[in-house]
Ligand binder design. Structure first.
Ligand SMILES: Cc1ncc(COP(=O)(O)O)c(C=O)c1O
Length: 397
């Protein structure tokens, strides 16, 4: 009898056009094969410093505490909440999708009194409604908001929300998991107090690290807490002693993932952050034009559409699993299904990081046209491709 785990691993090289992970450039994969050094090796400290410096550029901040957490994005959500909140604190969370729900859940688990501002899925946060909610909670300590809702494809503008929260004496925790590196995130200019992301989306590294940054108000709260942070792993004060010049051991750093993040950030610096953001906008414009030309309806309000992720309503009578299964099996392309209330009702198409390329847009559109036309959905052959081409030309003009 043979054990399957002894078989040669044969994994296809997928075109990752889902909500993350996105495709990883060979340079980043190559970086992961560098020799593993110790997490207290001076050579590794240099790499940590490089990562911190480049992350500050991407977050547009001078915050000293800007570092990758050893986890995926959810761990950064926990890090933000567990360090800011103490038992009985009040937090208002804007929920316009699946990840707002998760943020509220995590805040509640920290012992906070949570109040949620629910917004229909597909819409951005309603600033007036948030103001009305904040007026009800004079003791509010934190406001949580998801910048780029990956479940709906909506981008919520942040400056007004930050100003409002601060007027009410609250710090702002921002989820920028899907926006960082794909949209502008200006932590200092917009006065965001805590902002976190993840490596596997627009930053272009594999999943495994979650960049986060804490501003002065947040650090003051952390340094003046009355109670102990209930998580050992995500306790920022201890992480600070490893990431500042003390270099005190806290936990073993994911060395190879840190190499990968450094390489992906270097690639971003070479390309230019603004150029990369523009690339996300350009490919998204082409994708939307192509999908619309196919007669498909986009879910998010036009002026609030995310560039790294586009949500498409699945037409009546079309089976979600069949289409996504054929994309994966026949064309090697992964796209995402709907989450929560959008399950089986929407496709989530990601053009993030290395995946945000024109060639991927054309590959997906032609594959989707072929699949849909075979299952009696009427599409004019090639219409989506010429619409995408026109959008690319228009984008440059
Ligand atoms: C907006 C948002 N927040 C948080 C997360 C959680 O990140 P992870 O799955 O890396 O833990 C995701 C994951 O897709 C996300 O899109």
């Amino acid at each position: 009898m043979t054990n399957s785990y002894m078989d040669e691993p044969s994994l296809p090289s997928r075109v990752l056009l889902g909500p993350g992970p996105s495709s990883v450039h060979p340079r980043v994969l190559q970086a992961m094969t560098l020799p593993v050094v110790g997490h207290l090796d001076p050579k590794f400290f240099q790499i940590m410093d490089d990562v911190g410096e480049m992350l500050r550029q991407v977050f547009n901040t001078s915050n000293h505490m800007t570092l990758p957490i050893s986890s995926t994005g959810t761990g950064a959500m926990e890090t933000a909440c567990v360090n800011i909140l103490e038992q009985g604190d009040t937090m208002v969370i804007c929920r316009n999708g699946f990840f707002g729900i998760r943020l509220a859940d995590i805040a509640e688990r920290c012992g906070a009194q949570t109040y949620t501002l629910d917004v229909p899925w597909g819409k951005p946060v309603d600033v007036q409604a948030l103001e009305d909610e904040l007026k009800k909670h004079p003791e509010v300590k934190a406001v949580g908001v998801v910048h780029a809702e990956t479940s709906t494809g909506v981008l919520t503008p942040l400056p007004e929300i930050c100003e409002l929260a601060h007027r009410h004496g609250a710090v702002v925790i921002v989820d920028a998991v899907t926006s960082l590196g794909g949209h502008e995130v200006r932590m200092d200019d917009w006065d965001i107090d805590v902002c976190y992301s993840a490596t596997q989306k627009c930053l272009g590294a594999p999943p495994g690290l979650a960049p986060i940054s804490f501003g002065p108000r947040a650090m003051e709260i952390i340094h003046n807490r009355e109670s102990k942070v209930q998580s050992f792993y995500f306790n920022l004060k201890d992480l600070e002693s490893y990431w500042n010049q003390t270099r005190a051991y806290h936990h073993t750093s994911p060395i190879s993932m840190t190499y990968a993040l450094r390489e992906s950030l270097r690639m971003m610096m070479e390309e230019g952050i603004d150029t990369r953001i523009k690339r996300h906008a350009r490919t998204a414009a082409a994708l939307r034009a192509g999908l619309t030309a196919m007669g498909l309806e986009l879910l998010a309000d036009e002026q609030y559409r995310l560039n790294p992720l586009t949500t498409v309503k699945i037409p009546e009578g079309i089976d979600d699993a069949t289409v996504r299964g054929q994309l994966l099996n026949d064309f090697n392309i992964e796209v995402g299904g709907g989450l929560g209330e959008l399950r089986a009702k929407a496709w989530r198409i990601g053009l993030m990081g290395e995946s945000a390329r024109e060639t991927n847009v054309f590959a997906l559109l032609s594959a989707l046209e072929m699949i849909l036309s075979k299952i009696d959905y009427e599409v004019a052959a090639g219409a989506s491709l010429s619409a995408a081409q026109r959008a690319l030309v228009d984008f440059e003009n």
